[in-house]
Design a protein around this ligand. Structure first.
Ligand code: DC
Length: 234
């Protein structure tokens, strides 16, 4: 069967990764969470003292960037890949508020984007991939066969994220999470390089009033339609 590239972009906490992960499992595709890559570089910046008093030392970070080794390793038990930074599993740390608060500022740095986008392009060479992020349909794979742009209202996204963080034992307030969601929307949408943007040929998918099952069923259906069309055109 001909494999395709599925690009899922959208605002933070729209549930992109949950759907992308399920979709990859159903199609037997590889799932890549590009947000995890930007988060891992942010953790690397924190570890190497490139962020002091909320200010990023861009020169120091770009000088050290070649020392940040990122790898996705498949976890058989969980059924998806986890992020490793210089040989260490950093899945838990990269999802903390400490990293969330800084990640948008790290993601605006052109050298960081260049490094990660070139890694992502290589990952998609064999197709059969579901990749989620902000610039997948616009910059990483502008020719992806299926592009989804996920949206939901900031309040709904903050409530979902808050629930997740509390369940993980993070000590945060709803207001703090909402503020972070709004700040990240602003920075992600207004940066000069690869801002968050719906590709002209992406399907707009507002999941504010949709449960996970319905979202999965709809997107899975779109994917099967595109795969079917590819087969007919082959
Ligand atoms: O999807 P996420 O919330 O884990 O992403 C974390 C941050 O990384 C987000 O604020 C924007 C940035 N990001 C990006 O700029 N480009 C991507 N392809 C993925 C994430």
């Amino acid at each position: 069967m001909r494999k395709i590239i599925i690009a899922i972009d959208g605002y933070s906490s729209t549930g992109k990764s949950t759907i992308a992960k399920e979709l990859a499992r159903a199609l037997n595709y590889v799932y890549i969470d590009t947000g995890a890559m930007y988060r891992a570089i942010t953790l690397f910046a924190i570890q190497n003292k490139c962020i002091i008093d909320k200010e990023i030392d861009v020169k120091k970070l770009t000088g050290l960037l070649s020392e940040a080794k990122l790898e996705f390793k498949f976890n058989e038990e969980l059924g998806y890949s986890e992020m490793f930074l210089n040989g260490k599993n950093v899945e838990k740390e990269i999802r903390s508020m400490k990293v969330s608060k800084q990640v948008s500022k790290i993601a605006v740095i052109p050298e960081v984007r260049k490094k990660l986008v070139s890694m992502q392009k290589i990952m998609g060479k064999k197709k059969g991939i579901v990749m989620d992020g902000r610039d997948i349909g616009t910059v990483v794979f502008p020719k992806a066969e299926l592009k989804i742009f996920m949206t939901a209202s900031p309040d709904i996204r903050a409530a979902r994220r808050y629930k997740e963080l509390i369940a993980k034992g993070d000590n945060v307030s709803y207001e703090e999470v909402l503020k972070n969601v709004r700040e990240r929307d602003y920075i992600d949408s207004n940066r000069a390089m690869s801002p968050l943007l719906k590709a002209a040929d992406a399907l707009n998918f507002d999941n504010s009033d949709m449960g996970l099952e319905e979202q999965f069923e709809r997107i899975h259906y779109y994917a099967l339609q595109v795969i079917e069309k590819q087969k007919k055109n082959a």
